[in-house]
Structure formats: C-alpha cells, structure tokens
Design a protein around this ligand. Sequence first.
Ligand code: DAH
Length: 492
Amino acid sequence: MAAIIEIPWWNSYRRLSTVLCSECRRPYTLKRMRPRPYSTATTSATKEPLTLNGKTYERDDWTNVPESILSALPRKLHVQPSHPISLTRKLITSHFPKPTYAHHSTFSPIATTHQNFDSLDFPPDHPGRSKTDTYYLNADTVLRTHTSAHQVDTFRANESEGYTISADVYRRDAIDRSHYPVFHQMEGARLWDRTKVPGGNIAKAVWADLETLPKHNLIVEDPNPPTHPERNPLQEGHHSQEEAEAIAAHLKRSLESVVVTIFARAKEAAIAAGDEAAKTEAPLRVRWIEAYFPFTSPSWEMEVFWQGDWLEILGCGVVKQSLLERAEVPQKLGWAFGIGLERIAMLLYSIPDIRLFWSNDQRFLSQFKEGEPMRRFVPFSKYPECYKDVSFWVAGSTSSAAGGAAGGTGPGNAQREFHENDFMEVVREVAGDTAEHVRLVDEFTHPVSGRKSRCYRVTYRSLEKTLRSAEANELHKKVEDILTERLGVEIR
Ligand code: DAH
C-alpha cells in the first residue's frame, strides 16, 4: 500500500499522483488536504456583463467572482508606499539587481485561462482549474491565481536576462488567520542564451555567474541529487546533466541569500523589540525538498525551520523548455521561482492575522515606514470575538474526487453539489473582514435518510471596533439566508 502524504493547501499546483519517497524509496501518494469537487454556485443572478478597467466581460456559467473580490483589484498593496507587503517586495527585489533583472509590478490581474493554466502546461483536468478554487470572470477569463500566469509573456518580451514580477493573486479558499482570497506573490526567473556561449553549452557561464553571487554561511540541508529519473527528472533532449546542475546551483544560491537576509532582518527586529530569546536563537535551518510543478523540471521547495516547524516558503525549478518554445525563445534555458509575500511579511514583522494587511487603520499602517529599520508589529487592543454556529443539511452529495474543469452546471440547477469554498464565499460576502475564522465543527450522515449534515462555527471579530451582539446576529442571519437561497441547503 502506498503511503498517503497530505500536502499543504497553499501549494495547490503539485501533481496528484504516486511518486517514490526520496528517503525510503517506497511509493507514496500526494493528496490534497481538502476534497476538491467542483461546484456550480455563483454569486450573482444578474446577466449584466462585467466591466473592469474599461473592458467588458460577458458572464456565463463559469462566472463566480463576487463584487467583494472585485473591489480588492484597485488596492494593489504590493505597491503602496510603506505598506508591509510593499516593503517585503522591495527587500526581496533588492537581491535581484538591474539590469540583469527587470522588475514588473503593474501587470493586470485579469488573465486568460491560457495564460494562467495552458501556457504553463497545466493538464485539462488539473484541480487548480476548478470553479471552487479559482475566480472566473467567464469561461476564458480568470483573476490570476499566481504570478506564473505572466511567465511565458515575459519570456516572449525578451527584454532582460532575468525578471521579477510582483502582483496580487486570487484564490477561493478557507477563512482563517493565514488565508485570504487575495494575496501577493513574487515570481522571479533567470535565463541564459545558448547562442551566446561557445559550443552552445551554458554550464560554464552559469557557474561563472554563480561565483559573482553573495556567499553565505547558512547550513542548508539538500539531501537529494540535483535530478532523479522518476522523482525529479532532467529534461532529456533539452538540457545536459551539467547544465541542469549548474542552473539548480545558481537558483538555490540566489534564493538562499534571500532567506538569509529575511531572517537576519526578522531577528534584528525581534531583538530591537526586546525579545531576549532571539539573541541566543539556534542558527537558521533551511532545506530543499523535491517538488512538482507542471511548468518546471526538476523542481524544489524551500522550507525554513521556524518556531519549531518546517515552513514552506517558496516553489521553484528549471523552466520547462516547452514554455520557452511557446515564448519563441527556444535557445534560452534557466530557472524560475514563486514566493508568497504575506507569509514572509507575517514572519518578518510578526503580524498575527492576514486581514490586517487590508486594514486602513492608522494604528496598523503607521507602524511601517520606508527607509527605517525594521520593527516588529505591536498589536493594538484586540476587540472581543463573537462566534456563531450554523448547522444545515447539504443539498447535493459531496464527492471527494478531484474536480475537473470541464462541465459543471449553471446557477439555478436543482442538483447543486456543496463545496466548502462556496460556504466560505458566502461568509466573506456577508461579513467581509469581520469574518476571522470558519471551522467545520461537526459532520454526520443521517442513519435512515442518508442525508448529510454539517455544522460550521463562524468567528466574527472586527479589527476596528467592538462588534455588538445584534450586529453579529444580523450578519449570521444573512449568512443563513444566502446559504439557503444560493447553495440550496436546509438550515437545521
Ligand atoms: N506558481 C506556483 C504557486 O503558486 C509557485 C511557483 C513554483 C512559481 C515554481 C514558479 C516556479 O515560477 O518555477 O504555487
């Protein structure tokens, strides 16, 4: 029997299949932590086309993007001066100097399904394409789910050897302190051109470039070979082993020096805040683990040992040559990475709740200043929480199969499958940032009727004021009404 390894939710684009364990050589299956059926719920019955940034998008059966999400489009936290997301972007970008790297931070969040998925070799049935995971404007247009959506276009523009792209990205997701449907990523890439080196083999040039990178004395655990025929294959016919090894070494060193800086800054901030333990903290531990992305091979993730746990902080790999062919630069080869900015900012500044990034409260915003030494966030008084349960009979059956992209029935159909993300969406729509956490507290199947029941606990807490009980009741009642109306559930 193959072991089942549950993979963290945030990394949604890994392969769902059986691979060999790097240590024991036994097969194991990568499985998502949550079931991924696709569902059909959309948030609006209106047929009016969507107009965004002066362009019109016809609605269809795929449209599922609510107004509350669209209202986040103009916020662009990653470029707001002195915002912690923007400061984090700048800190990382400083490791990728011009002119080798060009920096982009203004690409539109509206992407075609081709850009977001097909151009990156996502298979047609990849769960990331499902309506439960992704915000669709219509069948062909999404709010980008990752900065990788711009990879092929940026390779095609061919304006520098490398680049970074920072942007807001959108995913339907759970509600808790570290998940928000809009977050920010930075993508980076570095390519070399075969036609510019003698003999067309770039390995030597890459090693020479690596020599110019800053050195560090970080202890890095990297137990696996640079490529592995089953687990992490070389792109045979495209790259020689020595080229892949050189690219991997350059990639790893570039990213290691980013984390060295991030954690050195976090430590300085902790010491400045009077955290005595930070002075004697054990040295930073970092490890590379093998990974899978449809658009790189070999691929890795970097994990950092942080507060007693291994924390995944980025994904990366050697760019699939098919992408570079699509971008009409087949003579180039190199690496790419993607990193989540909220996670890094939360750790750098000790920010306890992801919703704070969206706050307009000066008590939050005034704590961050461009050009000043990094300081830890000092939490301001927390307002009391108020939680309410909602129990209901689920309408359709919940399949645990991974959701496909094709098919799906439109709104108004009698048989609607229940998906947790649809529930999350209703809560977000009604309560916005006042929804702090949603947790499944009970689930059962009636022994006679076979009907399925779920009970969720919704924790409401405003970041800005004390929520009155009557206000929380009103919000919760609205959640119940929309649930019944839109998801076809029956409140118990
Ligand atoms: N796009 C990936 C994600 O959102 C992260 C990523 C992985 C980006 C590997 C890359 C890459 O450019 O090469 O999970």
